[in-house]
Design a protein around this ligand. Structure first.
Ligand code: HEC
Ligand code: HEC
Length: 200
């Protein structure tokens, strides 16, 4: 974690930063703030609703970045743009710390194993450079979000949003994404999602 955010988190926990978020009041910790997310993202960020992503164990920098994108109204979103607006930078950092410290839990879902095998090859060829060996993003993987074990329906919506241009590609992702579309078509993406879902 960056030094500045450690300090901000500390200040926040001590209640020295006056908070404007309605749910928070001053002095709310990441855990207290994070509780308000449980209705959708599950207890401690482990989602059991397939349209909502798990947020436990996401990379800290990715978390901060995506919350700020939501807050600024970028990043395509059905609901998070409204939610993120209610939080200050320090509160976002406190929540990011809280959730990124939690263990990532992969969703338990049914999988087409033959498709997953094909998907594994496609992942290695098109996506692994930024999303890690198996779709689990670590620090060195470009703050790119979790793909392995994430809910399939959520992933389907997300892929559809990238394809339609509703969500912008991070950095150089668009190139590989379009190459996969051209080489393998929609089936390629379907196989990939089976692969990600297969990791339990
Ligand atoms: C009403 C339901 C709801 C609530 C409450 C909610 N979220 Fe979300 N969240 C979603 C949905 C749905 C998405 C998928 C993006 C979208 O459509 O907005 C999402 C996406 C996210 C993501 C992006 C995950 C990824 O892998 O890219 C993060 C981070 C996140 N939420 C954090 C939070 C935090 C922190 C809170 C509490 C302050 C919160 N959410 C409260 C529904 C919710
Ligand atoms: C050059 C690096 C790069 C490559 C290659 C890449 N990605 Fe990404 N990807 C990212 C980054 C960075 C993000 C997060 C930031 C964003 O969307 O703004 C991301 C986000 C995503 C997300 C959203 C995760 C979430 O929870 O919201 C999905 C889905 C995704 N990538 C799928 C793929 C697939 C499938 C491939 C291979 C065809 C791929 N990516 C190749 C860098 C990359």
């Amino acid at each position: 974690m960056k030094q500045s955010s450690i300090i901000q988190t500390a200040l926040l926990t001590c209640g020295l930063v006056f908070s404007t978020a309605s749910v928070a009041g001053s002095g709310a910790s990441g855990a207290m703030l994070g509780n308000t997310c449980a209705g959708c993202h599950g207890t401690n960020g482990v989602s059991n609703g397939p349209a909502t992503p798990s947020i436990a164990g996401l990379d800290y920098d990715y978390f901060v970045e995506i919350m700020n994108e939501f807050k600024e109204g970028n990043g395509n979103s059905t609901i998070m743009t409204r939610i993120a607006k209610g939080y200050s930078e320090a509160e976002i950092e406190a929540m990011s710390k809280f959730f990124s410290d939690k263990e990532y839990v992969k969703a338990n879902q049914t999988v087409d194993t033959a498709a997953a095998k094909r998907g594994e090859k496609l992942h290695k060829k098109y996506c692994k450079n930024c999303h890690g060996e198996t779709g689990i993003s670590t620090d060195k993987d470009d703050d790119s979000g979790m793909l392995a074990g994430q809910w399939k329906p959520y992933m389907e919506y997300t892929i559809a949003d990238y394809k339609s241009g509703k969500r912008e590609y991070g950095k150089k992702m668009g190139k590989k994404f379009k190459k996969l579309q051209k080489d393998e078509g929609d089936k390629g993406f379907a196989d990939l999602l089976e692969y990600y879902a297969s990791q339990k």
